[in-house]
Design a protein around this ligand. Structure first.
Ligand code: ATP
Ligand code: MG
Length: 137
């Protein structure tokens, strides 16, 4: 059993898609074991996406992630990290497979509805950034 970290991004919360996205997560066999709505500052988004600091879209990405509230989640399941990346689909919705969250809901490569951790180390870091140990059972 593995845990991964997920964000339902501003483009999706704004369009009231939290439940629809959660239904896809649960249908894939992943369990939502922690969830809350927060509104990040641009600085908090910048820390979260620090790995992309040198990319040309970094400023825009931080502004977007701080533009509206988001829903942060911890998902648990067998092979949760890879499984959630499959459910999310490709970063660019134009390249995302049929049935994936991004194919169905994402607006563009930037406004692409969800984030999911890409490795066990980043999953652990990202979960610890947003959730206290006492919130995780
Ligand atoms: P995430 O990390 O959000 O789960 P990802 O792993 O599929 O997405 P990354 O390459 O880590 O993609 O990029 C992080 C985020 O930066 C993307 O989800 C997207 O919102 C944004 N992004 C990536 N490439 C671009 C781009 N060319 N233009 C605008 N935004 C981009
Ligand atoms: Mg990524």
């Amino acid at each position: 059993i593995q845990r991964t970290f997920s964000i339902i991004k501003p483009d999706a919360t704004k369009r009231n898609l939290t439940g629809a996205i959660n239904a896809k997560i649960e249908a894939a066999g992943l369990r939502i074991i922690a969830q809350k709505r927060i509104h990040m500052t641009p600085a908090q988004a910048g820390t979260f996406y620090a790995v992309h600091a040198e990319r040309p879209f970094y400023g825009e990405l931080c502004e977007f992630m701080a533009s509206e509230p988001v829903v942060v989640q911890v998902l648990e399941g067998e092979d949760a990290i890879a499984k959630y990346r499959d459910v999310m689909g490709a970063t660019d919705p134009a390249e995302a497979a049929e049935g994936t969250i991004r194919k169905e809901f994402a607006l563009s490569k930037g406004e692409n509805s969800v984030h999911g951790s890409d490795a066990p180390e980043t999953a652990a870091e990202e979960i610890a950034y947003f959730f206290a140990g006492i919130e995780l059972v």
